[in-house]
Ligand binder design. Structure first.
Ligand code: CUA
Length: 313
């Protein structure tokens, strides 16, 4: 019966039981409070109904009662907040050995790129038991990447990266859908997430050739002539990129920026927005020359560059 009419989607990530526990706690708590209020209202309205010849007495406040009904809900509310914060922090911080996948939404399809370069449309094949991070963007309008079985949903936003991570716990096939109305075929913007055993995932990978994003990024970097300003040695016109990822750089006009995916993306499309201190605002925009997939590849390449001179990072 429950299988034909499931109350909740399957639970298939390490995140799902945490969300479910909090969700069911809230449902049960709300039910208990609601039933309690209705029962009390019914009971009191009968017990103290108007009777002929009985005048209502003079009612004084009760400090004890008032403290009690402030204190208990107060503790419950703070408890719910703390619990929610714990789940939120878990969702916000992926473990260090995370695998990076890239997702790009487009009217009306999902484009995915694997860490090893394989690409797929709408579907997502992943290994079970591995932490997976999705770095996502959109090529046109707002979409939202939603995998109910993993209790995972986040908007994909044109012009910006959003991230989420998860670890699937059960092999199987789980529905993916777009959760943000994005035009005529919004409801058709669906796919399946295939959670595979590690060997099966390897087999799937070997059946689909692809170029690792950092390798594709390096080719682009050369074809777009980025090398002439960023890898020309001493006195070059643009800042050195090796080892720069994850560091903080000082900016012309004051302030600083953390070199992350977002900053690199902005610097490719709007190079003059945040110029590194000591450099001239001479770079041209690459807007229109590179699409979202290419930008992700360039970012992956710059990320892969280690500092020169025996620098291990
Ligand atoms: Cu994409 Cu709705």
């Amino acid at each position: 019966m429950l299988q034909e009419l499931p109350l909740t989607p399957p639970s298939a990530s390490t995140f799902a039981p945490q969300v479910d526990a909090l969700y069911w706690f809230l449902v049960i708590l709300s039910t208990v409070v609601t039933v309690g209020i209705f029962a009390a209202a019914l009971f009191l309205s009968i017990r103290y109904r108007r009777r002929p010849g009985v005048a209502p007495g003079n009612i004084e406040g009760s400090l004890r009662l008032e403290l009690l009904w402030s204190f208990i809900p107060g503790v419950l509310a703070i408890g719910i907040f703390a619990w929610g914060a714990k789940v939120y922090f878990y969702a916000a911080k992926p473990p260090p050995d995370v695998m990076d996948f890239y997702v790009s939404g487009k009217q009306w399809m999902w484009k995915v790129q694997h860490p090893t370069g394989q690409k797929e449309i709408n579907d997502l094949h992943i290994p079970v038991g591995r932490a997976i991070r999705l770095t996502m963007t959109s090529e046109d309008v707002l979409h939202s990447y939603w995998i109910p079985a993993f209790r995972l949903k986040k908007d994909t936003v044109p012009g910006r990266y959003t991230e989420m991570w998860f670890q699937a716990t059960k092999p199987g096939k789980y529905h993916i859908q777009c959760a943000e109305y994005c035009g005529t075929k919004h409801s058709g913007m669906i796919g399946e997430c295939y959670v595979l055993e590690p060997e099966e995932y390897q087999r799937w990978l070997s059946g689909n050739t692809g170029e690792a994003p950092e390798v594709a990024g390096q080719k682009l970097f050369e074809n777009l002539r980025c090398v002439t300003c960023h890898m020309a040695g001493a006195g070059q016109r643009g800042p050195e990129l090796a080892g720069v990822y994850g560091t903080k750089v000082a900016l012309e006009g004051g302030g600083e920026a953390v070199v992350n995916d977002e900053y690199i993306r902005e610097s490719i499309l709007k190079p003059l927005a945040k110029v590194v201190k000591g450099f001239q605002p001479v770079m041209n925009t690459y807007e229109g020359q590179v699409g979202e997939e290419e930008i992700m590849q360039l970012v992956a390449y710059i990320k892969s560059l280690k500092a020169q001179g025996g620098g291990k990072q």
